[in-house]
Ligand binder design. Structure first.
Ligand code: NAP
Length: 314
């Protein structure tokens, strides 16, 4: 039985990934702060034929992450895959975002992954194999407006992975970075918000199960980089061709499409303490499970035309 550690397993993409790995017969150490949800997820894993232990863990706590790895080795025997998925979201202009909130986003999204890598790589090296699957974001390929801390944390994850991959060449240890586009999870209900406006997922929204299968695939056949969601692929490619255009259009999209129209009080969301809201995989934003070929071709053609026009003008 292959063994995985999965952080951020209490909701959203993590919850969907726990199910996907269970169907593939994994034994999984499920980690997050909300233990009661980890216990629910563990029961689901067992029903689907996998095996699970629930390990309450705050990924910003280096010793807790080390204890997670040690407990997994003690109870499940080895570790084939470490999925660093735990993460938090933040919206608000840089000047409106409190410094401790900015720092906490980096502590969770980036240093949470660093803590995981530091704890698990020695075990991978002893075994002679292992795969780190790091969940970044489409925002690690673009400059996302009003999310400077989040964007910086996700670019940091990709940079860290690129460097570490070189150091680990030949060791049997692989690193795959999975970058989802906009996904239908409770992330946007958990987020820190300093915009004054209630937020929703950006469109198009994809189902968390799409990310879960991408994670499970690279866990078995590692790839350097995977972007989940066709719109994400188009935007990332286009960002390499016309960075100024993409960043400007993305800024406009955030302004017009990331908010519900209602207001919201300033809040650090689930950054420092977990919140009760949102313990399922879906966030209720209607994520698509499949993309029709015709729609994907239309998006690619429209964005190709926009890039050509922009390049001709500049
Ligand atoms: N949804 C999207 O559109 C989207 C797009 C791109 C990338 N992502 C990335 O996908 C990952 C999963 O997010 P999601 O969309 O599934 O949102 P989510 O439902 O809010 O899940 C986030 C998970 O991280 C855990 N977490 C947060 N802070 C933690 C901490 N300090 N220690 C341990 N666990 C912590 C949460 O559990 P507890 O609160 O119980 O600890 C939860 O299980 C994140 O890295 C996110 O950046 C999401």
């Amino acid at each position: 039985m292959r063994v995985a550690i999965l952080t951020g397993a209490s909701s959203g993409i993590g919850r969907a990934t726990a199910r996907e790995l269970a169907r593939r017969g994994y034994a999984i150490a499920l980690a997050a702060r909300r233990e009661h949800l980890l216990l629910d997820a563990a029961a689901e894993v067992e029903e689907l034929g996998g095996r699970a232990i629930a390990v309450e863990t705050d990924v910003t706590d280096e010793e807790a992450v080390e204890a997670l790895v040690n407990r997994t080795l003690a109870e499940l025997g080895r570790i084939d895959v470490f999925v660093g998925n735990a993460g938090v979201y933040q919206l608000g202009r840089f000047e409106d975002t409190p410094p401790d909130v900015f720092r906490r986003v980096l502590e969770t999204n980036f240093f949470g992954i660093v803590n995981g890598a530091r704890a698990v790589i020695p075990a991978f090296r002893r075994q002679g194999h292992g795969t780190l699957v790091l969940v970044a974001s489409l925002d690690s390929h673009v400059g996302a407006a009003q999310a400077a801390a989040y964007t910086a944390s996700k670019w940091a994850v990709r940079g860290f992975a690129a460097s570490l991959r070189s150091e680990l060449r030949g060791s049997g240890v692989h690193i795959s970075v999975v970058s989802p586009a906009s996904i239908d999870t409770p992330l946007f209900r958990h987020a820190a918000n300093y915009t004054g406006r209630a937020m929703k997922a950006l469109s198009p929204v994809y189902a968390p199960e799409r990310v879960a299968s991408a994670i499970a695939r690279v866990a078995e056949r590692p790839r350097r980089e995977v972007i989940v969601g066709p719109m994400g692929v188009v935007m990332a490619v286009q960002r390499t061709l016309t960075p100024a255009l993409v960043d400007r259009l993305f800024g406009i999209q955030v302004e017009h499409d990331h908010f519900t129209g209602g207001s919201a009080p300033a809040s650090p969301g689930n950054l420092f303490e977990p919140v009760d809201d949102g313990g399922s995989a879906s966030g209720g934003f209607g994520g698509r499970r499949h993309t029709r070929l015709r729609r994907a071709a239309l998006v690619a053609a429209a964005s190709g035309a926009a890039a050509a026009t922009w390049r001709a003008r500049t």
